[in-house]
Design a binder for this molecule. Structure first.
Ligand code: PLP
Length: 486
């Protein structure tokens, strides 16, 4: 007899030893988080470490303890550092431990959230319902969790395109469009919208960027003119994209005015709320996004200002039938049933992905444990920190703001003789801050002026971090100037 059957699994041979190892990992993780503030924000990776991470595929086994050690020494030691209280670059998230435990439990459970009559699928729908409440959307809106804001916006734009086309785009394709579709957004719009319209076959020209005013909000007069002009040129205006918190400076478009324009013109109103879609959780600042509740759809990013570990995005849509009609698809191997495992709402019918992770658990657990009110307070705190820093910059003779601070993003710079010297100096300050692990700001250009950029969506940041950061900036400016190299 041929012995073709080797009866083995991926389960540990020794559960007890694995238990000890797993406990060790949890202990180390807690130690790591409890002392995160004392470590450098980020450490550049030496070449020899990079080389160690480029080995041949491991054909043979190794003890879990060795693998873990390898991870600690060569991978974790060179993490991005966005969980550190002085990380404010770009627009990250700073995670939270309950969410991390949620991700672990979700992975152990291993459920596929494509669909299925499971507790997990119920929890995802529960989290989507909470997000509707936060955004001021009705409970009969549809929604889904996505990997992030880019896919959330893509899902919305797909539904909007199909509705605007007025024929079956899924069957006939975009070649049957009689007129080119147009989506309007301010020139501060996130780049994912252009990517989405490109993927949808509408072309980059389908995104019309409307100039913004001196507070980086979409200019309504230009919007109305452009819509009229497009109509007269035989193009079809389809959608206005309002941004609730731009990535560059945190500007919030006049959402109420945009909702009015859309109503008058018969256009879909979509809001990119990847930053500000959760602002209504903050009692003090909820009114900043008045008008959000009038949007037809909104993209929200729980991995940003709700501090969920990556990844978690979400999209909500007020036309559940159109949402379903855009993505519903079942092969012969996946037919729905009234009863049994495959009964109930099939979550993959509302987005691009069939196999989906249990992203909702990390949000659900943290919300239940901490309470939504606390998440609101953390948003309020981040906005207060941005104002604190803005005041300190204004009061400092060597520093200046390069954009108004309307939300939680501060764009500023150290003053130099001219624009060119300023860019060189501030870039060098930024790189030394990063390389020495002191803080991670990023940089940007606002209306032709380059400067450093701090986005406060980090629940660990305190005032002392900003004080220390501004001292570091000042010290580095003196150091660099004394070298005379820049
Ligand atoms: C971050 C961001 C996005 C993209 O979201 P991802 O989660 O990074 O895919 C889109 N729009 C805005 C305004 C953002 O800040």
């Amino acid at each position: 007899m041929v012995n073709y059957l080797i009866e083995e699994t991926l389960d540990p041979e020794d559960w007890e030893a694995t238990r000890l190892m797993a406990h060790q990992m949890v202990d180390d993780a807690i130690e790591h988080l409890a002392h995160v503030r004392e470590r450098p924000v980020w450490t550049p990776m030496p070449d020899e470490v990079r080389a160690r991470l480029q080995t041949a595929m491991p054909h043979d086994p190794a003890p879990l303890a060795d693998v873990y050690q390898d991870y600690r020494e060569n991978v974790a030691a060179y993490a991005m550092g966005n969980i550190h209280p002085r990380f404010w670059g770009w627009y990250m998230g700073s995670s939270n431990f309950t969410g991390a435990l949620g991700d672990f439990l979700a992975a152990v459970e291993g459920s596929n959230l494509g669909g299925g009559n499971t507790g997990a699928s119920q929890v995802e729908q529960q989290v989507v319902d909470w997000l509707k409440e936060i955004a001021g959307f009705p409970q009969n809106a549809s929604g889904t969790l996505t990997s992030g804001g880019s896919v959330a916006n893509l899902v919305a734009h797909t539904v909007i395109r199909n509705l605007a086309a007025g024929f079956d785009v899924r069957k006939d394709g975009i070649a049957s469009l009689e007129k080119p579709l147009r989506f309007y957004a301010s020139d501060q719009v996130h780049s994912c919208h252009q990517k989405a319209l490109e993927i949808l076959g509408l072309g980059a020209h389908a995104l019309v960027e409307i100039p913004s005013d001196d507070r980086q909000r979409m200019r309504l007069d230009v919007l109305e003119e452009t819509i009229a002009n497009d109509r007269s040129q035989g193009r079809q205006p389809a959608c206005v994209i309002g941004t609730a918190g731009t990535t560059n400076t945190g500007a919030i478009d006049d959402l109420t005015a945009l909702a009015d324009v859309c109503e008058r013109e018969g256009l879909w109103f979509h809001v990119d709320g990847c930053i500000g879609g959760v602002l209504r959780l903050s009692q003090e600042h909820a009114q900043l996004v008045d008008g959000l509740e009038r949007a037809g759809s909104v993209a929200i990013d729980p991995h940003k200002w709700l501090h969920a570990p990556f990844e978690a995005g979400a999209v909500l849509i007020k036309d559940p039938e159109a949402h379903f009609a855009t993505f519903e698809m079942h092969g012969p191997y996946l037919q729905m049933q009234e009863r049994g495992m495959i009964a109930g709402k099939f979550l993959a019918d509302y987005g691009l992905e069939l196999s989906r992770g249990f992203r909702a658990l990390k949000i659900w657990m943290a919300f239940k444990e901490k309470g939504a009110v606390k998440f609101g307070r953390l948003i309020t705190k981040d906005i207060a920190l941005a104002r604190y820093m803005s005041d300190r910059v204004k009061a400092h003779p060597q520093l200046e703001l390069i954009a108004p601070v309307d939300l939680n993003i501060v764009c500023f710079r150290h003053i130099a003789e001219d624009e060119e010297a300023s860019k060189a100096l501030n870039t060098e300050i930024m790189l030394r801050l990063q390389e020495r692990g002191l803080a991670i700001p990023s940089d940007t250009t606002v209306q032709g002026r380059h400067g450093l950029r701090c986005a406060f969506n980090n629940h660990r940041t305190q005032r002392e971090d900003i004080d220390g950061f501004l001292e570091d900036v000042e010290r580095l400016a003196i150091e660099i100037s004394s070298e005379g190299s820049v």
